[in-house]
Ligand binder design. Structure first.
Ligand code: ZN
Ligand code: ZN
Length: 354
């Protein structure tokens, strides 16, 4: 009996250990149950060409690496003029890779390892990242000069949608609903409210879907890649890439490259208010968002950052934020525990059948 039990225990341990990689190493807590794992070729965006630089490091010379350097330059990591980029992985590029890994909370290797390459090709916001000094303790960041809206508090900012360039496959009320909820999340933590107006040209925040080059020097790039961008205060310009498959409900939108409108809206409103990108992966202000992922809840890092600019909404309570985060963490933990328990049961039944 005892050896048989040990045999089962060994098999149980072996299968459980084997099953561990089924939980992806780099996930966001809000990944929906119906997440689809995409083969790289299904992403119709140019960043996947960067996969061929996997495992390169200082001293490597690979044709086309200058294009990756342009990517690093574009997102704030390589302050060298375009004309000077070569295909050699030199010391300056290594420093840029380390800066990128530090900012985005990746393992710091100075090489284009799989974590780094997978982050590079992830769809993201078009706003460049603000690189911290290494000794800083906070994670949230602001734009240079720390701009913010300077109305009297409590302030109301108006927002409007550019009438002629909406997207046909989503109803106006679905789009408006997603934005209303996104604005409400920020309004619940700071003494700023948002109100929709029909008067686009006089609105504080001007929202529009644009395709390709749309006149602000930051052309969109088609499916995935850059999803949207917004400008720092008090510009109010908020642009979404019309080439994306925007979704308000993944139940009805089945596309593998669908992007959650409300998640991107919540992130870009952070920029409209003056927040730059954070290093905290769970926070709204982290720059990337996977397709078919809903990530709409402000995290402590987002709240601390925006309240340092505007003060706190008198009705906001940290305890409720902490409570909601704790309960959502518990829910995630419960799901993992349940999955492991279910896996154990299946393995046990299999063992009994052997
Ligand atoms: Zn952003
Ligand atoms: Zn734009």
């Amino acid at each position: 009996m005892f050896p048989l039990f040990s045999y089962f225990s060994f098999l149980l341990f072996f299968f459980l250990h084997l099953s561990h990689p089924c939980f992806p190493a780099r996930t966001t807590p809000e990944i929906p149950d119906t997440v689809t794992v995409l083969p790289a070729n299904d992403f119709n965006n140019t960043w996947h060409v960067f996969e061929r630089f996997l495992d390169t490091g200082k001293g490597s010379h690979v044709s086309g690496m200058s294009e990756l350097k342009k990517y690093f330059h574009r997102f704030g990591y390589l302050p060298i003029p375009d004309t000077n980029f070569t295909d050699t992985f030199d010391a300056r590029f290594e420093a840029a890779v380390i800066g990128y890994q530090t900012k985005l909370d990746l393992p710091i290797t100075g090489k284009l390892d799989s974590d780094t390459v997978s982050q590079i090709i992830s769809p993201r916001c078009g706003v460049p990242d603000t690189v911290h000094k290494l000794h800083t303790t906070r994670h949230f960041a602001y734009f240079s000069g720390q701009p913010r809206w300077t109305r009297q508090t409590p302030m109301t900012l108006t927002y409007a949608f550019l009438p002629e360039n909406s997207i046909g496959y989503l109803s106006s009320s679905d789009i408006r609903g997603a934005f209303k909820r996104a604005f409400a999340r920020w309004a619940s933590v700071i003494p700023v409210s948002f109100s929709e107006t029909e008067d686009y040209w006089f609105a504080d925040v001007k929202i529009g879907f644009y395709r390709g080059d749309h006149g602000d020097g930051e052309p969109f790039d088609g499916v995935l890649g850059v999803l949207a961008h917004a400008f720092s205060p008090e510009s109010g310009r908020f642009h979404l890439d019309a080439a994306e498959t925007w979704a308000v409900d993944f139940g009805s939108e089945k596309s593998k490259v669908a992007v959650d409108l409300e998640s991107v809206a919540t992130h870009e409103i952070g920029h409209i208010l003056g927040m730059a990108h954070t290093s905290v992966k769970e926070a709204i202000m982290y720059p990337s968002l996977s397709p078919r992922t809903k990530k709409v809840d402000l995290k402590l890092d987002d709240v601390k950052g925006v309240q340092a600019l505007y003060g706190s909404n008198p009705n906001f309570k940290y305890s409720s934020l902490l409570q909601s985060q704790t309960s959502s963490n518990q829910a995630v933990g419960l799901r993992v525990r349940y999955s492991k328990w279910a896996t154990s049961l299946v393995v046990l039944i299999l063992c009994m059948c052997i």
